[in-house]
Design a protein around this ligand. Structure first.
Ligand SMILES: [Zn+2]
Length: 429
C-alpha cells in the first residue's frame, strides 16, 4: 500500500487555555468529549512548572523545558543594567524586545514556526495575552495573529484584511476560530495551524470553578473546537492527511489566599526595600521565583530557610533542585517556591485550592475564583487528544506525557527532523 505523501500532511493544534482534564465531560464539552472518543486521549498529561501560560506557550512551541528555552514564567527577572534585577511582565507586548535587549536573543532554541519556515510555514492565531501569543514565534518566522498586533515573516505588520483583531472574550474566541477554520485551514493551508483560545481560562479566572460562568466558558471553547474539527474533516475529505491535536496548557484551582512574598522578605530583613534590586520575587500565581544579585548572594541560604518556614509556602527549590522541575539556576534565578495548597472542594464541589504569590503589580485573582501557576494536582493536569496522524482511535495513553512532547509529535508527523528537543513524540497506540 502506498504511504501517505508527507507534502500533503498538515498539523493543527488547538489549545483551550486552562481547561482541566477532569472537566472533559459529555455534559460540559460535548464536541471535545466526542472527539476524544474518536481519538487517542492522554490521561496523564502534565503542565510545566510554573503551570502558567506564557512559559507553557514557549515550551509547546519549542518542545523544550524553560531551562532550555529561557523563558522562566509569566513574569521573570532581568538584569536592571546595574548590579541588580527587575521583574518584568512577560504578557506585555514590549517584553520580547526587553528580553532581546537583556540577553541578546529571545528564546534560546528554535520554535516550530522557525523549523517550518521553509517547509510550508506556520500560522498562529491566539486570543490570550500578547506575551503568550508572541512566544509562539518571537522572531517572526511565520504568521502570528493577535489583537495587540499581527505579524508575518520578517516582522511585517499584517493589515486588517490579512488578520482579524478580535475581542478578548468568548465572542472573540468564536470569531477567531471561524476565521482560523475558514481562512487559515481551508484557504491558506499552512503546514501548521495553531489556534489558542482564551476560554475557558478567562471564565475560570472571573468566577468560581464549576459555576455557570466557568461552564459557559467551556461551552464557548467547545464550539470553537467543533468548528475547527469540521474544517479538518473537510480537508481529509479532499485527501489531505491531517493531524489534529486538541489540549490545554494547565488547569486551575480555587484561590484561598494571597501573599505578597516580596514584602515578607523586606520585613524579615532579607530584601533591602520594596523597590530594591538586590532580591526580587517574580510571582507566578501558585508559585514564585527569587532572583538574587551577586551582592546579595550570601543571603540565599537564609532566604530559602525563611521561605521554607512559612505556612503559605509548600516547597522551596534551590539551585540544582530546580533542574527536575525543568528550570535552571541561571540568569539570577536562585530559587523557586510552590505555594501552599490542598485538594478540598470549593462550594461547587470542584477539588483543589491554592494560595497565590502576589505583588503590587500582580495582585492576582480574587479569593474564591480560579487561578494557577503552582504544583497543585489539578492545575498541573491539562488534557490532550491526538486525532488522525497515526493515533489509534478510541484508545487512551495512561503514561505521563508533557507539554514538551507536542512539538516533536508534530514534526514526526510532518516527516521533519526533531533533534534538539527535550520532549518525545507521543506514543500512537
Ligand atoms: Zn493558560
Amino acid at each position: 500500500m502506498e504511504r501517505h505523501d508527507p507534502a500533503r500532511r498538515r498539523a493543527v493544534l488547538v489549545i483551550c487555555d486552562g481547561h482541566r482534564d477532569d472537566f472533559l465531560r459529555p455534559e460540559t464539552c460535548p464536541a471535545i468529549h466526542a472527539l476524544a472518543g474518536r481519538s487517542r486521549r492522554f490521561l496523564a498529561h502534565r503542565a510545566i512548572f510554573p503551570s502558567a501560560t506564557r512559559a507553557s506557550s514557549a515550551s509547546i512551541a519549542t518542545g523544550c523545558w524553560p531551562a532550555r528555552h529561557g523563558l522562566h514564567g509569566n513574569t521573570m527577572g532581568l538584569p536592571d543594567g546595574g548590579d541588580g534585577y527587575r521583574v518584568h511582565d512577560v504578557g506585555d507586548p514590549a517584553f520580547v524586545a526587553a528580553l532581546r535587549a537583556a540577553k541578546g536573543r529571545t528564546l534560546a532554541v528554535p520554535t516550530l514556526a522557525e523549523r517550518l519556515a521553509d517547509h510550508g510555514g506556520a500560522v498562529i492565531a491566539s486570543n490570550v495575552s500578547p506575551g503568550a501569543a508572541y512566544f509562539q514565534d518571537p522572531d517572526h518566522f511565520g504568521h502570528v495573529v493577535h489583537r495587540a498586533g499581527s505579524y508575518g515573516p520578517g516582522g511585517r505588520p499584517l493589515g486588517p484584511d490579512e488578520a482579524p483583531a478580535v475581542a478578548h472574550d468568548g465572542t472573540g474566541d468564536e470569531a477567531l476560530a471561524a476565521w482560523f477554520a475558514d481562512e487559515v485551514l481551508l484557504h491558506r493551508r499552512p503546514r501548521l495551524g495553531v489556534l489558542w483560545l482564551a476560554n475557558p481560562d478567562l471564565a475560570m479566572h472571573a468566577d468560581e470553578l464549576g459555576s455557570p460562568t466557568h461552564l459557559a466558558g467551556i461551552a464557548a471553547a467547545d464550539r470553537c473546537v467543533a468548528r475547527v474539527e469540521a474544517a479538518v474533516e473537510a480537508l481529509r475529505a479532499e485527501g489531505e492527511d491531517v493531524l489534529l491535536l486538541v489540549g490545554s496548557d494547565h488547569g486551575q484551582e480555587t484561590v484561598i489566599g494571597r501573599v505578597a512574598v516580596a514584602d515578607r522578605l523586606v520585613e524579615a530583613g532579607l530584601k533591602e526595600s520594596a523597590d530594591s534590586t538586590d532580591v526580587v520575587v517574580a510571582p507566578q500565581g501558585g508559585s514564585g521565583f527569587v532572583y538574587v544579585a551577586p551582592r546579595a548572594a550570601g543571603r540565599i541560604a537564609a532566604i530559602a530557610a525563611f521561605l521554607d518556614a512559612q505556612p503559605y509556602i509548600a516547597e522551596v527549590f534551590r539551585g540544582s533542585a530546580l533542574l527536575p522541575l525543568g528550570q535552571a539556576p541561571e540568569g539570577g534565578l536562585a530559587l523557586a517556591f510552590a505555594m501552599a495548597r490542598d485538594e478540598a472542594p470549593n462550594p461547587f464541589g470542584v477539588p483543589g485550592r491554592i494560595v497565590l504569590c502576589v505583588s503590587d503589580d500582580k495582585p492576582g485573582k480574587a479569593e474564591g475564583a480560579g487561578s494557577h501557576g503552582g504544583l497543585g494536582r489539578f492545575e498541573r493536569h491539562p488534557f490532550l487528544i491526538g486525532n488522525g496522524g497515526g493515533f489509534a482511535p478510541g484508545t487512551v495513553e495512561t503514561g505521563t506525557t508533557r507539554l514538551v512532547d507536542i512539538a516533536p509529535t508534530i514534526l514526526r508527523f510532518l516527516g521533519l527532523p526533531r533533534g534538539g528537543m527535550d520532549g518525545l513524540a507521543l506514543p500512537q497506540s
